[in-house]
Design a protein around this ligand. Structure first.
Ligand SMILES: C[S@@+](CC[C@H](N)C(=O)[O-])C[C@H]1O[C@@H](n2cnc3c(N)ncnc32)[C@H](O)[C@@H]1O
Length: 250
């Protein structure tokens, strides 16, 4: 068995209480928003990357979508499976690393929400290669013209929150745009980093993966909307469309 990554250990330990986090309390509103944005009829297939305890996977399955949830953490997936069973819903749950997966099926849409893997870096991960690998895998899993919706950490807010003293103390690295993950009470301390992004680099990374960004909106959990991104909000929402296969440039 390969050694578990930092984030896998973190979420395995956090799974039992994940759904108690305040930011998970708007799932029904978020699912309405997703359905409206994706414009797909019931029966369409949706891939949820970094699906966690399956809060969007299950709620979308309840609305008639054929859902596949992918996550690194067996404990998070076990929670998703429990919920699916309780609701008597059939969903496909896959344990995999988002930087290293492929499906033969082409999905009608993808979601990757609340940093579902995107920008959750283990200590050795490269800050460009990690998100690009995830985008390439998602892009290859989509049918032409399919839509994908992401929420990712907002680089402007991260830059404005930290001071030079934090850089010197090693809490924030402006070169990789990462902050050290803060251990949660009662959880194991893991050497993991969270990567934030600015909108221009996101457009470029998405384009390399064959995904054209159609909208950038404020995407902080609990405050999604068709509105401009606020400089200090935690998350950016991106709505992108598959327009090409990922560029192979090396
Ligand atoms: C903050 S949770 C978000 C879960 C869910 N999307 C939501 O909105 O509640 C991040 C999820 O990403 C998963 N994750 C982290 N790194 C991953 C990776 N490299 N591949 C797949 N999943 C990963 C974690 O296990 C965790 O379930």
């Amino acid at each position: 068995m390969p050694e578990k990554s930092s984030w896998e250990r973190f979420f395995d330990a956090h799974a039992a209480i994940y759904d108690r986090n305040e930011f998970t309390s708007n799932t029904q509103y978020e699912v309405d928003f997703l359905i409206n944005e994706l414009g797909l009829a019931a029966g369409a297939t949706i891939l949820d990357v970094g699906c966690g305890t399956g809060r969007h996977t299950i709620a979308l399955a309840e609305r008639g979508y054929r859902m596949t949830g992918l996550d690194l953490s067996a404990a998070m997936l076990a929670k998703a499976a429990e919920k699916a069973q309780a609701a008597q819903l059939e969903v496909t749950l896959v344990q995999a690393d988002a930087t290293n997966f492929s499906f033969t099926e082409r999905f009608d849409a993808a979601i990757c929400l609340c940093e579902g893997a995107f920008g959750l870096l283990s200590q050795g991960d490269d800050p460009i290669e990690q998100p690009l690998a995830i985008l390439n895998n998602i892009s290859r899993s989509l049918r032409p013209q399919a839509m994908a919706i992401f929420t990712v950490l907002n680089g402007a807010a991260m830059l404005r929150r930290y001071q030079q003293a934090d850089v010197i103390a090693g809490h924030f690295d402006p070169i990789t745009m990462t902050e050290q993950a803060i251990p949660l009470e009662g959880q194991p301390v893991v050497a993991a980093r969270e990567r934030a992004f600015v909108a221009t680099e996101l457009r470029l990374l998405f384009r390399l993966a064959g995904l054209e960004v159609r909208h950038i909106w404020g995407g902080t959990a609990g405050n999604w909307g068709h509105r401009p991104l606020d400089l200090d909000e935690i998350e950016i929402m991106l709505v992108a469309q598959k327009v090409a296969e990922p560029l192979s440039w090396r």
